[in-house]
Every structure is written in C-alpha cells, then in structure tokens.
Design a protein around this ligand. Structure first.
Ligand SMILES: Nc1nc2c(ncn2[C@@H]2O[C@H](COP(=O)(O)OP(=O)(O)OP(=O)(O)O)[C@@H](O)[C@H]2O)c(=O)[nH]1
Ligand SMILES: [Mg+2]
Length: 454
C-alpha cells in the first residue's frame, strides 16, 4: 500500500456485474467471479453446469421464482478470465430482466456488485494479465476504427509486454555483471573485457529504447486519432465541407458570414484511422466578442492539429494566386496545411493550381477524400508493429533510457557501483510497465478508468 490509498475491497468477496452493454439488447451477459460461484449456480440454475459448456436453464431468484430462461456457463478457477471460479449468465437483455437478476445476486450471502475494472484487476492480481494487456483490453473496448482495434489487440495479447520483459531481463543481466565487477574494483581494476561488455550492452539497450520511444508518436496517433481542422474566412464553405465529410448535418450552413462560432467535432473513420474533423469559426478581424472567442479557439486548435485544411472561396482570385498548396508549419506539432478552393461550381475554367471542390456538385470531393485517406494512413495507419500508445509507457521508457545513458557515463569514469545503481533503476522502470513491480497508486489509476463489468 502506498500513499494511504483505499485498498480494493476484499478479494474474498464474490463479485458480479452486467458485462455486456447497458440498455435494451438481444442478450445480456452477467459475470460472477469468486468463491461463491458454485453456490450461485446451484441456487439460481439448480446445479453446476459442466465446466466450459453452455447449459440452457431456468434462472431463478433465491425464492425459486423464475427470472428468465437463459444460458449458464461455469469456468473453474484458475482457468478463467480472473483466475477464480467464474460464471456467466446469458439472459434476454431487457432492462427488467437484468435488474431482477442483479437484484437477486445482490441478495445472496457473500456477493456484492463489482467495482469499476474489478474483474480485470483480479485477473492481474492472479497473474492472468499483465498491466499492458489490461490497458490493451481497455483500448480494445474503446476502439472505434480498424487501426485502433488492431493496435489494441497487439497490446492485449502480450506482444508489448514481451518486448518490455526482454529488455528488462537484459538490464537485469547487465546489472548482475556490474555488481559482480564491483568486487574487482576493490582488488584493483575491472577487467577490460567486462567493461567492454557492459558498455556495449548499454549501447544496444539505449538504441532499442530510443526506437521504442520514437514509435510513441505514431502509436499515440494510432490510438488517439488525428486532428483535422477546417479553417478559412467566413462563408468559405467550411461547415458545408464538414457536413459532407461526416455525411450528416453537424453544423449550420448559411450564407450569413460568421455562422459558426464554436468548435464542432465530427469523429470519423477514415481508412481505419480515427480522425476528428473540426469545423471552426471563420477567421476575420472585425468579429464581435463571441465570434472573436470562437476565432481564438480555432487558432489555438490549428496550432496543435495534424492537418489544417484551409478553404478559400474559389471566387477570391487574389488568394488563389498567392497561396501554396501544401506546406508544414509549427515545430512542436507537425502540422500539415492544405489550401483548397471551395465552391468550384461557381467558377469556370481556371483553378489556379489549387485543388478545388464543390460540396454542391461533388466536384473534387472524392479526390479530397482519397488525399485524406492517404494522409491518415501515412500518419497514423497501423503497421503491425507493437508500438507504445500510452503516455505511461513513454514516461517509463524515457526513465529507463536516461538511466542507461547515465550508466554509460559512469562506466566511462570507472564508477561501476553507480553504474549498477542506474541499471537497477532502469530495470525497475521497465518492470513497472508490465506490473512486475507495482504500487497501489498506479494500479488504482489504471483499473479505475475501466467501466463496471470489465
Ligand atoms: N455554390 C456553392 N455554394 C456553397 C458551396 N459550399 C458552401 N456554399 C454556400 O456558401 C455559404 C456558406 O457556407 P458555410 O458552409 O456555412 O460556410 P462557412 O465557412 O462554414 O461559414 P461561417 O461559418 O460563417 O464561417 C452557404 O450559403 C452555402 O450554401 C459550394 O460548394 N458551392
Ligand atoms: Mg460555418
């Protein structure tokens, strides 16, 4: 226990929760985990089904009254998700059915509703899942696009954990070597071969940690998605474009300049990549206070966007002649900017080298969509690698990397003892990633972000 956080309620309790989605559905799944699972099955289903075999039965409350007919499954610990005895009850997903079932479970001795993330937490405590897998499952549940799903699955099935564990065991090995050579220091000198081994070991580790860290930027984008801002002068046709991209009326379109004032977000799936497209207030200087605030927000978002599509009314020729079609700006965020002409149907002939679109006639829109797809895949498409996607991982890997770098410097000046200490800290940082080393704080943070029933 660290920092006096409340402990998770006793693991001896048997917990239950609705694990399928809330609201009306064909089937609802209620999970039960803990020592009283056999008792629950005997009481509610008459007997215990054969392990891992679905059994159709009448599910009854403790008074013997039928709640519903459904399927009961029994998973005997430790061969279950949580590692404990578990049951799954599949009933019709009506609100009253679920309520009645949860109500009668609550009435049984030794049972209580599960807390958020408690099933996953028990799985972790019982060595069924490591922390990266736990996060992977949470991401899988939250995934909205193919890219997000595939990246989450790589993490959920333990590939990232294996990478971290392999790195950690190499750090531990080097530390053993460094600690063993501390004795040589007393006797005179550390043999050159040992120092060489330590130095090259650190070099290799640093290289690999660095490349993991470099993958974070992409991993983050795969997981969180891209931010695309549609910007431009009032009346340029921004809201019309956002509505066209989203395929529904998200924003009000009118010929009055200054219609949009707030940031409006459309969450889209573009070629498997999660993309948030934002409609913004038209940029102009003469705006009144509310609109001016909208413009301030638009500019702020443009600074941290992955892509800004600047729409320029194709009628305003001067602008078309001066603008470049693509350029990057901003050093903190790699923002790409496209200038695109709007209302192409209103001009005939020239498009001045700009790709122009019309949301009215559809001119150029499929080209724009293709360009967007290519951009999304290039920036944030899932490539099959196990990439770091969580800030927690970036922090731990950064910590391990700086430990290794300090270790190398100590080795240069023959301070093996200090080098060994840095390796210890680097190893611990990597151990915290999988939860091999953990504190209540970190666990609390990870599991509480889960919903109940997970
Ligand atoms: N002919 C034509 N008119 C368009 C096109 N796109 C938008 N418009 C019209 O242009 C006007 C402004 O469109 P909006 O989409 O509201 O423009 P906006 O950039 O969001 O404007 P603000 O929110 O005021 O900054 C409306 O009258 C639209 O019907 C187009 O492709 N062709
Ligand atoms: Mg608008």
């Amino acid at each position: 226990m660290v920092h006096g956080q409340a402990p998770m309620k006793s693991m001896i309790d048997t917990i239950f929760a609705l694990s399928s989605g809330h609201g009306r559905s064909g089937v609802a799944v209620i999970r039960v985990s803990g020592p009283a699972v056999r008792f629950v099955l005997e009481t509610m289903c008459g007997n215990i089904p054969i392990r891992r075999m679905a059994r159709l039965c009448t599910i009854r409350d403790s008074g013997g009254e039928a709640i519903d007919r459904g399927l009961a499954l029994f998973f005997e610990g430790p061969r279950s998700f949580t590692g404990e005895d578990m049951a799954e009850l599949h009933v019709h997903g009506g609100k009253a059915v679920v309520q009645a079932l949860l109500g009668s479970l609550a009435g049984l001795v030794g049972l209580r509703p599960a807390e958020a993330g408690e099933f996953a937490r028990r799985a972790f405590e019982n060595g069924k899942l490591d922390l990266t897998a736990v996060e992977g499952i949470a991401d899988l549940i939250d995934s909205e696009t193919e890219g997000q799903r595939r990246a989450a699955l790589v993490q959920a099935d333990g590939r990232l954990a294996r990478t971290y564990e392999a790195l950690r065991s190499r750090v531990v090995e080097l530390r053993g070597l460094a600690e063993a050579s501390v004795d040589f220091v007393d006797e005179g000198d550390v043999p050159a071969s040992v120092t060489r081994q330590l130095v090259s070991g650190c070099e290799e580790l640093a290289k690999e940690l660095m490349s993991l860290k470099e993958g974070f930027q992409r991993g983050r984008l795969v997981r969180d998605g891209l931010v695309v801002v549609i910007a431009g002068k009032p009346n340029a046709g921004k809201s019309s474009l956002v509505n066209w991209l989203a395929n529904r009326d998200i924003a009000i379109v009118s010929d009055e300049p200054g219609t949009t004032r707030d940031l409006l977000e459309a969450r889209l799936d573009i070629a498997g990549v999660a993309v948030s497209v934002f409609d913004t207030a038209g940029l102009r200087d003469s705006a009144q206070s509310v609109e001016a605030e909208g413009i301030r927000r638009a500019r702020e978002l443009m600074e941290r966007a992955d892509l800004v599509i600047e729409l320029v009314d194709s009628g305003s020729v001067q602008l078309l002649e001066t603008g470049t079609t693509e350029d990057n700006y901003g050093d903190k965020y790699e923002t790409t900017r496209w200038r695109i002409g709007s209302k192409a149907d209103l001009v005939t002939g020239k498009t001045y080298g700009l790709s122009a679109i019309s949301t009215k006639t559809g001119t150029g829109t499929s080209e724009l969509l293709k360009r967007l797809e290519a951009f999304a895949v290039e920036r944030a498409g899932f490539t099959g690698e196990a990439l770091m996607t969580h800030e927690r991982h970036r922090e731990a890997v950064t910590m391990a990397l700086s430990g290794i770098e300090r270790c190398s410097r100590h080795l240069e000046s023959d301070e093996v003892e200090l080098a060994a200490e840095e390796l210890r800290m680097a190893g611990d940082a990597l151990g915290r990633l999988t939860g091999a080393i953990h504190t209540e704080d970190v666990l609390g943070q990870i599991f509480s972000s889960f919903c109940i029933g997970k």
